[in-house]
Structures are given as C-alpha cells and as structure tokens.
Design a protein around this ligand. Structure first.
Ligand code: 5AD
Ligand code: SF4
Length: 476
C-alpha cells in the first residue's frame, strides 16, 4: 500500500481512529521486537494527583494493547513515560533530575524510547527547555490530547523523529478508549476535566483547561462495566466535583449524579475528590447523609483560615462560611472523616493570618491534612503579588502547622478504638506478609491477620490497637 492509500484508510472519528493506530503501532512494535530478538517492555511513572494516576491507567491500557509488557523498574524498561505534574515547583525539579539519569540509560539501550506527558508539558518554557537540553526524548504531548497517545506513538515509531504535540485547550471528551486498572476491585472514574476557579496561586486552570463534564450516561455505563468486571469501589474524579454538570446540555447536579450511581447494583462504595467549599450544596450534604454507599470521608480543601488571605487566593468563601459548612456536614453525617489541603506562606500572609489557619485546624479537627509550602507558579496572579513571605518564616509556620495537624490527627484516629467496622481489603501488608491491609469507609488503614484470598472483599474487623494514624485489627 502506498502512503496516500494508507492515509485514506485512517478513520476520521474517535475512538475508532485510536483503535486503528493501536493496530498500526502493534505492527511497528512487532518489527522492533524482531530486530531486538526479545519482548519489549514499558514503565509508566506517575507524578502528582489522582487525575494523573487515572490518566496513567489509560496509557498502560494502550501500551498493553500495542504489545508492550509491563516492567516495574524504570531503568530496565524499553519504553518509559513520565506523566508529569506541575502544581508545585519541586514536582518539575524531580522530573528534570530523573530525566538526566534516564538519558544515560538510553545510551546503552538502542531500543529505548522516552515519552513525557501531563501538566508540566502544557508550559511552553518547559517544552523549550526539553527540546534544547534533553534531545534524547522521543515523544512529548500534553493533557488535552492524551486520548491521541496511540496515534502519537505510531507516528514516533514510523518517523524515527522526536514528536511533539501540545494543545492549548480542548472541549473534546473521547469515550470508550482502552484502559488498565491498577487494582481489580477499585477504580478511579473521571466525571469532569479542567477547572474554572482560577485560585490565584494555582496553575491547574492553565494546564488542564476549562471545566467540562462527562455525559452522565457515559459515566454510568463505565461504572456498570467496571462493576461487571469485579470493581466494588469507585473514586469519582474532578478538580471541583461540586460543580459537576453545569456545562452539560441538560444540566444536572453532582448530588443528582451520585443518586444515579448509588443505584448501580453490585457497587458497594463511592468516593469522590476534590470538593470546593464554595460549591458544596445542601443537596449534596443531604444525599451524603442518606446514602448507604458514599464513604464517610470528605476532602474539603480550606487552603487558609484567614478570610483576608482567602480573598487574595480568590477562593470565594470566608473562614466563617467554611466553619458553617463543616458544622452542617457533621450534623448530617456525624461519623464523617474530614481531610483538607492547607497552603502556608501565600504572599502577604502575616502571623495573624497564620493563627487563623491554626484556629480552623483546631476547630475542625481534621482526620488528616496535606500541608504545602506556597510555591510560586509563573503565570498565576499570585506570582506577581508583592510581599512574598521569606523562606525561614514560612518554614517555621509550616513546622508549627504540621505539629498541630499531626497531634489532632492522632487524637481523631484513636477515637475508633474497639469499634467493629468494614474494610475493603486492598493488599498484603508491605512489611509483614502475615497481615492484610484494608481501608475503612472513612479512609483509615487497618492491618490485620489474613490471607490473599481476602483481597477485594469487604470484611468486618475489630479495631483493636491504634498506632498513630492506622489500626492493627482482627477479622470478626
Ligand atoms: N503552592 C503550594 N500548594 C499549591 N497547591 C496548589 N497550587 C499550589 C501552589 N502554587 C495545593 C493546594 C491544592 C493542592 C492539590 O495543591 O492546596 O488543594
Ligand atoms: Fe487549582 Fe483552585 Fe481549581 Fe483546585 S479549585 S484546581 S486549587 S484553581
């Protein structure tokens, strides 16, 4: 077949087009395997959040269909892909550091290819730097065209040249592409993409684009298929799940979506992430209170306890509003576990502001909190703000915050001592093969004697001994 004929047979519509390129890449890989005289392997390394973790499962799904075999050790793999994060500067630094090492390994392996994708690639200065100083990279793409991975891979294999394809934004959502799951019994499910909030410190709206929700029917269909395939727990994913459905042709609320998902037979647990306090509705609180399947855990990022700083962050709620919300949630779902994200050292943060943050931490009593040092992201409004806080002041506040958060988290964990609760068994304990590790509805980990046959099952355990942030238990 000549080139023109070959171009004509490429399907124009998705996902058919990608299935076509999977087949083409499979044929290309066959030739590469013959030349190498062995199987070729891949390793997908994920940086950052659960969204990226889910995207990586899609990459794995495609690589497996193309015929690569998974190799957990990145230094031994023939195809290495980094799915990157850029939410804080240290995420970028880690990628550059590891890339340097990969470059050396590639010199020794003529069959090796290196690809980069994810949020960091959406920044033009990053791609410029990679093009200039990391010429050994084979393929670079961004967050908006990840569904095109098979096509880009085939293009790279056939052209032998570095392939770069980054889109500024998209309104496209491609359904029904292959995807692998890390765990057979639980899965992330995207319900929306992008973010429209523009918190002033955050790069996400610039690298993940405008908010768009998936059609509820596509979400339900995906979950039904997952359940038929053995999944009992889903984590609904979006940057701001509370604003789900606003952009749909037939608008629908997140609470309504949850009610539909609850009806799916065989599905036992529903989690979701992340909620923005400004959009958390009374309707959602009511649905959570009544649900049998929604887990007793809410991640509700506060970012700061100071209303003055919250305004500069463009969060669109005050300290009082946030505390009021927490009160309502605790009233409707008394056993709920609350977790949060907090940023220390936002520009202009004074000791009084920091004290307000500590006050919120003490009033809410979080079960756990992710604490971050503010990281300046070029292009965001906060990066241009004056009064950036000095490093030693930030470090001191960060340490004080961490001490408080950990003290309270330990106390919150210990209140369950002696209770019997259900865990979803996830794995054999990493340190002790006699123990199994499971997760409670409220997200706490429990380790208890058992065997591998329990993985993926829901079992009742007695929470015998609190060890700081987890329990040692016993199956009942
Ligand atoms: N600096 C520090 N932390 C940040 N986050 C987002 N942007 C920044 C930044 N520039 C944190 C927020 C968010 C979490 C995912 O990362 O707390 O909730
Ligand atoms: Fe970033 Fe704010 Fe959007 Fe979260 S809600 S992704 S912090 S802009």
């Amino acid at each position: 077949m000549n080139l023109a004929e070959r171009e004509m047979e490429i399907p124009a519509s998705e996902p058919e087009r990608q299935y076509y390129f999977i087949e083409r890449a499979r044929q290309d890989l066959e030739k590469m395997k013959e030349a190498a005289g062995r199987q070729l392997t891949f390793c997908v390394t994920t940086f950052g959040c659960q969204m990226n973790a889910r995207d990586s499962e899609k990459l794995v799904g495609i690589l497996e269909q193309v015929g690569y075999i998974e190799e957990p050790d990145e230094e031994k793999a023939d195809f290495v892909i980094y799915n990157t994060c850029t939410v804080r500067e240290n995420a970028n630094q880690r990628v550059y550091g590891r890339l340097g090492q990969l470059g050396h390994i590639k010199k020794k392996n003529p069959h090796m290819m290196i690809a980069l994708c994810g949020c960091m690639m959406q920044k033009p200065e990053v791609v410029e730097k990679l093009k200039k100083s990391y010429r050994f990279i084979d393929l670079i793409f961004g967050t908006h065209n990840i569904y095109k991975f098979a096509e880009l891979l085939a293009t790279r294999m056939e052209s032998g040249r570095m392939v770069i394809d980054i889109w500024k934004d998209t309104d496209k959502i491609v359904e029904d592409l292959p995807s692998e799951r890390k765990y057979p019994f639980k899965s992330g499910v995207n319900i929306m993409f992008g973010c429209n909030n523009f918190c002033s410190y955050c790069i996400v709206p610039y690298v993940r684009g405008r908010e768009r929700s998936r059609d509820p029917r596509a979400i339900i269909r995906e979950i039904e298929r997952l359940v038929a395939d053995g999944v009992v727990e889903v984590m609904l994913l979006g940057q701001n799940v509370n604003s789900y459905g606003k952009t749909l042709e037939e608008p629908m609320t997140f609470a309504q979506l949850l009610k539909e998902i609850e009806k799916i037979d065989g599905l036992e647990r529903i989690r979701f992430m992340t909620s923005h306090p400004k959009d958390l509705s009374d309707e959602l609180i009511e649905v959570m209170g009544q649900s049998r399947k929604i887990c007793r855990h809410l991640h509700l990022p506060v970012q700061s306890g100071s209303s003055r700083i919250l305004e500069k962050m463009n969060r669109r709620y005050t300290k009082e509003h946030y505390l009021e919300l927490v009160k309502k949630i605790r009233a409707a779902v008394p056993d709920i576990s609350l977790t949060t994200d907090i940023i220390v050292g936002f520009p202009g943060e004074m000791e009084e502001d920091f004290q307000e943050t500590l006050d919120v931490v003490r009033q809410v009593r979080y079960d756990s909190a992710f604490t971050f040092i503010y990281s300046k992201r070029t292009g965001t409004p906060a990066a241009a703000m004056e009064e950036q806080v000095s490093e030693d002041v930030v470090k001191d506040r960060f340490d004080r915050l961490l001490t408080e958060v950990q003290k309270i988290a330990g106390e919150m964990c210990s209140v369950h001592q002696g209770a019997v609760q259900t865990v979803l068994v996830e794995s054999v304990n990493e340190h002790d093969p006699e123990l199994m590790t499971g997760r409670l509805s409220n997200n706490l980990l429990v380790h208890f004697p058992g065997d591998e046959s329990l993985i993926g099952k829901l079992v009742d355990v007695s929470l015998d001994e609190c060890r700081g942030f987890y329990y040692i238990g016993r199956q009942i």
